[in-house]
Ligand binder design. Structure first.
Ligand code: SF4
Length: 276
């Protein structure tokens, strides 16, 4: 660890303060540790850090910038991960077959983050998640929630399209090994964005994120957690395209109403009565 003594002092002081205020031992993600390692440079370079700090702990706490600066800071961190993903060949078969990697899209400082399973043919061509028919339905769901795609962040467990036998059409779900191999990139994305609420779309996304296999009817519609972040599980929009029953669409919308409530967003009467 290349940490200078002043930076180490700042970290220790901040951790001691956290320990005094909380009965839980402090823990740090890989991304947080990377930020701390970069602290001496950041203290000099970041505009939000050019103020005098009362104590070393205050200095570390204010090392997390706010507003636009926060979004820019997170965007820079995401760009670094995106570059590693773009060059990734950990799954040799997928690295050969992909048109491009599909990293993620949206607000790097989003309160709400959606997680799907893997790029399909459309996403592989365009390099953006959820742009096919299922993606268009997700965009409509977001609109009904009063969000634009740019307001939230959207990513998949897998960053490469699962390969298909030559000459065959359609998409296949990722294998458990493929998801396990790619998952660390998603973990980094979540660590950087630190959304207030996560939404996992479909059973495969749940398996990739939590390692839990269960029927969607048992998982959806109630709150779970991922690393202390509230996690709502709902059906993948592709399921709603296959099953047009109003009752299924309403279930997804009710899950989204819970998300809006959790985000403390105002909900109109029209939204409450809405059917997708
Ligand atoms: S799926 Fe993920 S881990 Fe596998 S090659 Fe693509 S980016 Fe790398």
């Amino acid at each position: 660890m290349h940490m200078t003594q002043p930076a180490l002092d700042l970290v220790i002081a901040a951790l001691e303060r956290i320990r005094e205020k909380s009965d839980r031992a402090p823990c740090a993600s890989r991304t947080a540790l990377a930020r701390l390692q970069a602290a001496p440079a950041a203290l000099v370079q970041h505009p939000a850090l050019r103020t005098a700090h009362a104590t070393p702990a205050d200095a570390v706490e204010s090392a997390v910038p706010s507003g636009d600066a926060e979004a820019r800071y997170k965007a820079d961190l995401l760009t670094a991960v995106r570059e590693r993903v773009g060059a990734c060949t950990k799954c040799a078969h997928l690295a050969c077959s992909r048109t491009q990697t599909v990293f993620g899209v949206g607000n790097p400082d989003a309160d709400l983050m959606f997680i799907g399973e893997a790029p399909g043919a459309d996403e592989d061509q365009q390099g953006e998640p959820f742009v096919g028919r299922a993606g268009q339905l997700l965009t409509r769901i977001l609109k009904a929630m009063n969000f634009a795609r740019e307001d939230v962040y959207i990513a998949n467990i897998l960053k490469c399209r699962p390969d298909m036998p030559s000459g065959s059409f359609g998409n296949r779900p990722p294998t458990p090994i493929e998801m396990q191999t790619c998952r660390p990139y998603l973990v980094e994305q979540i660590d950087i964005i630190q959304p207030s609420v996560l939404v996992a779309l479909g059973a495969v996304a749940v398996e990739g994120l939590l390692g839990t296999r269960a029927a969607m009817r048992e998982l959806r519609g109630r709150w779970h957690t991922y690393n202390s972040i509230p996690l709502m599980i709902t059906y993948h929009p592709a399921y709603l395209l296959r099953n047009q029953a109003p009752s299924e669409k309403r279930k997804v919308w009710e899950d989204m109403l819970q998300v809006l409530e959790r985000l403390e967003q105002p909900i109109s009467e029209r939204q409450r009565n809405y059917f997708l």
